[in-house]
Design a protein around this ligand. Structure first.
Ligand SMILES: Cc1ncc(COP(=O)(O)O)c(C=O)c1O
Length: 410
């Protein structure tokens, strides 16, 4: 088939004239294909799917009820622009209750249509061609992708087990620090499950001040914090001078498809974000914002979500340890990030986590997500579908039986 007349017109940021012609297959597509193959080759063997990264429950009944009522209200019909004040006020009350962080709702908080969109928009506020965004890897790449769209560069900060999966800010070369405008961090971290400490956040603030860098702390997994109280970047003195924190109702409130979150912190950065946003979308449906107020006003909701994933992670860690994996309970998120096996005794050797993951799917119908950005790791998610606790335990038993048949080498 011949190229359309506009083939040569695609922008360089998406591949230019070569757009759509690449043969490279991306990680999640490879996983999908391997899953299809496993199901076709072994139709009677259950696929044990630890690859899904989305909450498995729907939003709580109270939130759905609020939505059902609000959807019928005439006042909710129009453009929401930068959001209703009642939502910002509910966020303000939540931030005070949860973290003792007191914000001015009108100026220091703004809603977003999911935190993904906020991370996509923030580079527009700061990045000119040639500017640098510092980003941790492995991680959620959206702010980096948009940095590049604006002609900026991404400098990667590896998250290593020996540093508790915190970036080593002192390792960044002086010439990069000079060109850096944004530092994007994410705690609780996806996929490593690491949590930050006040002392680490303190170092981030000092680094930002020393190098004139704006900090964006992605708090999408905040309410999935285990073993300690959730820690907001804004709790640490000085944070309000250097950055913003981006929140989401997706994970902690089971509202993943509802597309609602917020950005809060430094007033001028929040305002710049709101200006970019105002020129990009017209705000989330007001009924959804109001349903989110119901969610934000009930602290039992994130507690219930947290308890479930804590229970599932505990079972998973115990089971994987019995199968020879070297893992411990993560500090947060619904992911377990563990070193990938290097091979199977008398069987295949794995050059990467991707090879180990492909082997597990195709040969044993166990799906995980591989990460090879900073060492070879497998990510097991506990967002699998299981109708009750018995089904969870049964899934662990079946996974254990299958894994124990394999003589992994680590
Ligand atoms: C680290 C991180 N940040 C942000 C997001 C985006 O979440 P949402 O757009 O649903 O708020 C995700 C979703 O997977 C994530 O894992």
């Amino acid at each position: 088939m011949s190229d359309p007349y506009f083939q040569k017109m695609f922008a360089d940021r998406i591949g230019g004239a070569d757009y759509g012609k690449g043969t490279e297959i991306y990680k999640f597509e490879k996983i999908k294909r391997a899953k299809r193959k496993a199901l076709a080759d072994n139709p009677r063997r259950r696929l044990l799917d630890f690859g899904i990264g989305e909450n498995d429950s729907m939003a709580p009944e109270s939130v759905r009820k609020a939505m059902a009522e609000e959807i019928n209200q005439l006042v909710n019909r129009g453009y929401a622009d930068n959001g209703i004040l009642e939502f910002k006020e509910a966020v303000g009350r939540f931030m005070t209750r949860q973290f003792d962080v007191n914000l001015t709702p009108g100026t220091e908080i703004n809603h977003c249509i999911g935190s993904k969109t906020a991370l996509a928009m923030l580079p527009a506020a700061f990045i000119n061609p040639g500017d640098v965004t510092l980003m941790t890897v492995p991680g959620y790449p959206v702010a980096g992708t948009h940095t590049k769209y604006y002609g900026g560069e991404v400098y990667q900060l590896p998250l290593l087990a020996e540093n508790e999966f915190l970036p080593d800010l002192a390792s960044i070369p002086a010439n990069i620090c000079k060109r850096a405008k944004m530092l994007v961090i994410n705690y609780p971290n996806s996929p490593t499950g690491a949590v930050a400490t006040p002392s680490f956040f303190g170092k981030v603030i000092q680094f930002a001040k020393d190098n004139n860098v704006v900090v964006v702390q992605d708090a999408a997994h905040m309410m999935l914090t285990y073993g300690s109280r959730p820690l907001s970047f804004l709790q640490v003195p000085g944070a309000m001078d250097v950055g913003v924190e981006v929140y989401s109702l997706s994970k902690g409130w089971n509202m993943i498809g509802w597309r609602i979150g917020w950005i809060c912190g430094n007033e001028k950065i929040v305002r710049a974000f709101a200006d970019i946003k105002d020129n990009s979308d017209s705000g989330q449906f007001i009924a959804i914002q109001k349903a989110a107020i119901t969610a934000l006003s009930d602290d039992e909701i994130p507690q219930m979500v947290r308890d479930k994933y804590f229970r599932r992670l505990t079972k998973l860690v115990d089971m994987l340890c019995r199968c020879g994996f070297d893992c411990k309970m993560p500090g947060g998120s619904y992911f377990l990030y563990t070193p990938a096996p290097k091979g199977v005794a008398g069987g295949p050797k794995f050059e990467s986590a991707e090879e180990a993951s492909q082997y597990l799917i195709t040969e044993h119908s166990i799906c995980t997500v591989p990460w090879d950005d900073a060492g070879a790791f497998l990510r097991f998610s506990v967002t699998y579908e299981a109708k009750d606790q018995e089904a969870e335990t049964e899934l662990m038993t079946e996974t254990e039986e299958r894994l124990k048949q394999i003589q992994f080498e680590f």
